[in-house]
Design a protein around this ligand. Sequence first.
Ligand code: PLP
Length: 421
Amino acid sequence: MTQEPHTIRFSNIGETLEVPVINQLMAIPLEKPGILSLAAGFTDNLALPVELTLDIISKLPETNPNNEFLQYGTTQGRPELRKRTADRLNSLVMEDDRAFAAEDIVVCNGSQQALFLATQTLCNPGDIVLVENPSYFVYLSMLQSLQVNPVGIPVDESGKMDFDAFAILLDQLKNESKLHKVKAAYLMGYHANPSSRCLSLEEKQGFASTLKKAGLIVPVIEDAAYRDLAFESMDPTPSIMSLRDYEAFPRLYLGTYTKPYATGLKIGYGCCSHKKWLEKILCAKGNQDFGTSNFSQAIIERALIDNRYEALTRELGSHYGKKAELLHEVLENAGIQNKGWHWDKPTGGLLFWMKAPESVNTDMGKAFCLECEKQGVIYVPGSFCFANQEPHNFIRLSIGALPDEKLVEASKRFCKVIHSL
Ligand SMILES: Cc1ncc(COP(=O)(O)O)c(C=O)c1O
């Protein structure tokens, strides 16, 4: 590489950007062959819908005349895809049948882009976003890059939201004259990353009423990235788009077709209840890319029209259910619960959230993590997922990427480290 003669003067944001944890985690297995990754949130290559996708693509010239599927689309996304997306969500038994509308939807380069644009249009450096604790570590990293501060919503021992403690926290923010800095709340209603928990109806209602009592009517984002990846049946709780408790709040529901169809197509979406906020998101997206891959959208659109998406998600849900069962069995048979480790078997999604005894520090560079790397297995250290980077005795394992025999091998290596330290 040539040496640059001049130093570039970066913006404040550019200057403070750090390599996101996600980049580091996704690179490790490629750089170090032999390492098995229980860290990366990939889906299973063997379960990707290759035949279905090839079949759809081969028929696109018939189903979509004028080759428009290889042309630029629009900033907001394909009208038919938005309509099919809204219709599908409205048809779910737990949802109000008019909760989602095509004109409120923006199709994005994964739900990740919608999350970024939504946050960017709301927050200034120094602002606050309320997040679950633990929360999606890529979002925490994004907030850091925008110089926005995450504040964790308190939870009890079982991981449920603790509304008394939450009310006290909001009171504290008020006394410190920081309440006005809270610009949004970010929730994951279904098989959350990393906890794999679903928020119960009581939690969703309690959250809205605690905010209202504190006079805090701020935008609420519900990220439903893993909703369609339920192992058996979909969680029965309605989204915030259908709940009357949230009527006063600007709401953004984030969904994705990556995990439950194909991550490589990178199609996700946001459905926004607030006209002005949606307009701002669309302006930001227009400046950024003026439209998500029309080709990828056309594929998903056709899978929805032909009713093949629904069948695929059911298949994938049960596929990942079996993988979860496999990992759970290895962990149980290894007897690590007798060493003080605890986890709940997930009912959907791709993740196991595990609590180690407090004496075990799972952070990168610490003895436990180093020993795992030595044994050829990596995971996501739990502290990345907490708003204030602690506690240090949790880890996230992903069942997605590895084929069964490697998943078993990786989890055995992991249990071996637990027993050896
Ligand atoms: C909770 C959560 N939200 C959003 C995303 C982004 O997903 P995508 O951009 O693939 O739709 C992910 C990806 O892992 C996730 O775990």
